[in-house]
Design a protein around this ligand. Structure first.
Ligand SMILES: [Ca+2]
Ligand SMILES: [Ca+2]
Ligand SMILES: [Ca+2]
Length: 202
């Protein structure tokens, strides 16, 4: 075996054995955002990210505000239609940390999106299926005293990057995530329907 192919195999083996980077816990996310002026009170939020954060509906006077950014790229955030079209930017890292911006022009069932000014000008969506790398780029944590209020943590790098989820942090008020039944729930519903049909027949 040539040295070059040995090196290639060794590199491949190292790459394959590198474990996926762990997503930081909520405490870490909050303290990092606060080190950049985020001003987030950790105890106000549930510490586990919600499972269904792909699509959202308006609920009252929906609004967003910029919190923090720890990233080498310039990022801006807004919303898009559920298919990723009609992207509209509302906030960026230059937005005043206390300034709210209205989400009221967003359609129902919209996806949040992050525009990353890197060489490729990547667009990341809360709906993972729209992402070029198919990965999760946004975590949403719900306020304990108000289920329509959330804090969003984004990761802006293609293909996983460092998975630090502090590349853009925003608050969002008066929105509700669109419920997406899991595959298991759908299977359960199907079996339930089958059971009903059998009962009717007998
Ligand atoms: Ca970062
Ligand atoms: Ca997500
Ligand atoms: Ca990152």
């Amino acid at each position: 075996m040539k040295l070059s192919s040995l090196v290639t195999s060794a590199t491949l083996a190292v790459c394959l054995s590198t474990p996926a980077l762990a997503v930081p816990d909520f405490s870490t996310l909050v303290s990092q955002a606060n080190s950049d002026g985020g001003n987030i009170t950790e105890s106000n939020f549930h510490s586990t990210a919600i499972a269904n954060d792909a699509l959202w509906n308006l609920s009252g006077s929906s609004r967003v505000k910029f919190k923090a950014e720890i990233s080498g790229y310039n990022n801006a955030m807004g919303y898009a239609h559920s298919d990723g079209s009609n992207e509209t930017i509302l906030i960026n890292e230059g937005s005043g940390p206390g300034d709210w911006f209205s989400l009221m022009d967003a359609p129902n069932s919209f996806t949040f999106f992050l525009h990353t000014q890197n060489n490729q000008d990547h667009q990341w969506y809360s709906d993972n299926s729209l992402n070029l790398d198919g990965l999760d780029h946004m975590l949403a944590f719900q306020r304990i005293d108000d289920p329509t209020k959330f804090i969003l943590f984004w990761d802006d790098q293609y293909n996983g990057g460092d998975r630090d989820f502090n590349d853009f942090v925003a608050r969002v008020d008066f929105v509700t995530p669109v419920f997406e039944p899991s595959a298991l729930a759908l299977l359960g519903l199907g079996l339930f329907g089958l059971g009903l049909a059998r009962r009717r027949q007998s």
